[in-house]
Write a new protein. Structure first.
Length: 259
């Protein structure tokens, strides 16, 4: 049974880890606000010329492929080459099943570099496993394959932790598996929920050496916060505000009370 490290919630607030995010340009403000709200320090970059300096500043790195283009691809590869200290990295392969370019680029990154965590929805992780899955764009979609096995296959193939998130979440290193059943429909409505979670996971990786426990804990805290906010909201707009407020103040006892 996976033991959550809920003390990381306060450790992030105390240590303010710097999370370098190569952003999805649809959601950079949401990601920056989300990181700042949990106590981390967000920094983003689009310039390959500063990649080496940015990597030195960072405690963890998130690579988001949501709006990938040639210049951003160049910066990503430059950042990865400069990560000599092997700082923990999260790959968010947004909508890689939507185009051959995205999928090929994601697989090349994973072949050439080691990522600590891959965080994606069912369709994205299935694409990495070469499993047929019906999805449209950023939607998780649907299919017949066993998601637990898909996640394990990808974890073994790329020697990493996989966080397959959706209505329920599966976090696995290929040998150990954590299942999180907490969720709210507001996460689906809120474009960028996954983007924020990927960088929140990175923040937790930045303050722990037990990366598997950190990824599980970040996922559980994030979803518990969303569920708590949903219980206290009457609509999506109110939930968005309440969710941000709760991210800033929720404590381990409150997380446990939601479970």
């Amino acid at each position: 049974m996976t033991k959550l490290q809920l003390e990381l919630l306060e450790r992030v607030r105390q240590q303010n880890p710097v999370v370098l995010t190569i952003p999805n340009m649809v959601t950079p403000d949401k990601v920056a606000d989300g990181l700042s709200t949990i106590g981390a320090s967000p920094i983003m970059s689009l310039a390959p010329q500063e990649a080496a300096e940015m990597v030195k500043l960072a405690d963890a790195i998130t690579i988001n492929l949501g709006t990938i283009h040639e210049e951003q691809a160049n910066e990503i590869t430059t950042i990865l080459k400069n990560n000599q200290d092997q700082k923990p990295m999260v790959l968010d392969p947004v909508a890689i099943g939507a185009s051959h370019y995205r999928l090929a680029f994601a697989k090349q990154l994973l072949q050439d570099h080691h990522f600590t965590v891959i965080r994606g929805n069912a369709g994205e992780i299935a694409a990495l496993a070469n499993v047929n899955w019906h999805s449209r764009g950023i939607d998780g979609g649907s299919g017949q394959a066993d998601l637990h096995e898909i996640a394990k296959v990808v974890a073994h193939q790329y020697h990493c932790i996989v966080a397959l998130t959706g209505k329920s979440d599966i976090v696995t290193d290929g040998n150990n598996t954590f299942v999180n059943l907490l969720s709210t429909s507001y996460f689906v409505t809120n474009v960028g929920s996954g983007d924020v979670l990927s960088s929140v996971i990175a923040a937790y990786l930045g303050v722990s050496k037990d990366y598997y426990a950190a990824a599980c804990t970040a996922t559980k805290v994030f979803t518990a916060t969303g569920v708590k906010a949903a219980r206290e909201s009457t609509g999506f707009g109110q939930w968005q505000t309440k969710f941000r407020d709760e991210l800033a103040t929720i404590n381990s006892s409150e997380v446990l009370s939601v479970l």
